[in-house]
Write a protein that binds this ligand. Sequence first.
Ligand code: NSS
Length: 436
Amino acid sequence: MTSSSSEYARIVDLPAHAGRSVRVRGWVTHVRSSGKVAFVVIRDGSGILQVVLVKSTVSPESWERFGTLTQETSVEIEGEVRLDKRAPGGVELGATSLEVEGPSPGDYPIQPKEHGIDFLLDHRHLWLRSERQRAILRVRAEIEQAIRDFFYERDFTLVDTPILTAAIGERSGLFATEYFDEGNAYLAQTGQLYGEAAAAALGKIYCFGPTFRAEKSKTRRHLTEFWMCEPEVAFNDSNDNMKLQEEFISFIVARVLERKQKELAELERDVSKLETVKAPFPRIDYNDAVKILQSKGSEVKWGDDLGAEDESLLVEGADRPVFIFNYPKEAKAFYMKENPADPRTVLCDDCLAPEGYGEIIGGSQREDDYDRLLERIKEEKLPLDAYGWYLDLRKYGTFVHSGFGLGLERTVAWICGLPHIREASPFPRLMNRLRP
Ligand code: NSS
């Protein structure tokens, strides 16, 4: 096979090599021939290239090899780069030789026709090669980079929190596994509690990694494994927390618009719906949200958490995300700070994306009063021995602090305009899906 990669050009770089001879490698996506002239379209991950082989100018071996090409055959081609405005990427390669690196049987499962979603997910390892999936993965990577840049530029310290934990963060389902003599370990649902400890050490931190929830819900927006970015800031109150969220989301959207237009076009995303995403975002108090919902015919009652349909109704017509803040205590997690102005509620917010995408962020000011937190842990019947360390944060110099969690895949689904969250993850984990 091949030697060093510096001898090869990437398709994206070809315009700079116009008029010169180069070698490229990639996978065949299409072939066609008119008898004396053959066309091969290849993909190398950086771009798409049309290659032209003229029978009279290549060796008989190269011409014969052309005849064996099928979709996804991997090839190495040498040829001259020619500028051609009509060709994808603005260049064409006039081949002088063609070698097959890895043949592909002519039964490639994914064809340009309608496949059922189960079939596609069963073949996710191959489905990723399609243009649409590549565009989604690139947008996802850009969002992840934007997340890291946002916090790096603002002097937050990245803190990696554990995945095997004894303490539970959220109410939704847990994955448990036996942990030597220590009883059950749980796959982390959140890094938040550790983030709070780190915020007392470093002031402004964030964690960003996989989180796990044994969700028994088959919806468009639940995965059992998803990535969450969770900043935690010492001395921020709930109001500061919402400001950080709107600044953060606006930054991410602006970055994708700036750098991923090609991918958004491939996804046929209506970018005018993203261009309006700018801070500040509207804020609706939970009490008002319930009234609005009831006036729109929802059966929601004060005290309920809001479901997907309620969320859609609340953002109806909004041109940017909307905050719903200060939910009833019973609808939310134990660690949220009681609202001094209305102790039936907690200082928290959900940030709802427009166009029906719903909650992409959950955030709150944390309960910083030792006794009240202890009471909440008991009320929720959480194992006290696993929370001693968490209570210590309220014992040794308690402090006002707030943070939030942004779900990466929900954000990707919204920004890409995907109908379902499963396409936002390279290898999605759903209730009924652990492979590939
Ligand atoms: O449960 S959250 O609302 N909040 C937390 O986990 C807090 N501990 C975050 C914090 O304050 N540090 O989840 C946060 C976000 C939520 O808005 C969704 O965007 C996403 O995490 N999320 C999910 N995405 C995909 N699938 C599932 N099952 C899921 N659950 C939450």
